[in-house]
Design a protein around this ligand. Structure first.
Ligand SMILES: [Zn+2]
Length: 159
């Protein structure tokens, strides 16, 4: 089975669920590069994410619990039932409009813990072109060859 066929199959299989894992990727605890560079990058991402959350949540006024910045392999962001938000440390490398989409997407899960029409309507309040952004985001990968702080590899990733 080709990779794209496999991905299509996986998507249809998991559509409607909270998280779609594209494929299993062997875990690496750290990207290549120094630990110091990673930590610095992570801190920059933390500030960036907090700024974006504040900006977008001015509209939604939702309450959340902890915000974590992680190296979480296949996801740009996630939201737990406890209201914890997680974002990938490389979110800062995305085009701004896509980073906004990831932030808004996870924020809206605080109100709608699903991908229902209601959820997307909520997203559309601040990101009316969410469909295009969601599609564009798939071109940015988070896994396989970890190239440290190098370029993101184009492949399939979903939030
Ligand atoms: Zn989602």
């Amino acid at each position: 089975m080709s990779q794209s066929t496999l991905l299509k199959k996986l998507r249809s299989l998991f559509s409607g669920r909270m998280v779609v894992r594209v494929r299993h990727v062997r875990r690496k605890s750290m990207p290549t590069g120094t630990l110091g560079a990673y930590k610095k990058h992570k801190e920059t991402a933390r500030e960036f994410v907090h700024g974006k959350l504040k900006e977008q949540n001015a509209h939604y006024a939702l309450s959340f619990n902890k915000v974590a910045i992680r190296n979480q392999r296949t996801r740009w962001g996630s939201c737990s039932k406890k209201g914890n938000l997680n974002f990938h440390y490389r979110i800062i490398e995305l085009p701004d409009s896509l980073a906004d989409y990831v932030i808004v997407h996870e924020l809206c899960h605080l109100a709608e813990f699903n991908h229902s029409k209601k959820f997307w309507a909520l997203v559309a309040q601040t990101v009316p072109d969410w469909r295009a952004r969601r599609k564009a985001l798939r071109r940015y990968a988070l896994h396989r060859k970890r190239s440290g702080l190098g370029k993101l590899l184009p492949t399939n990733t979903m939030v």
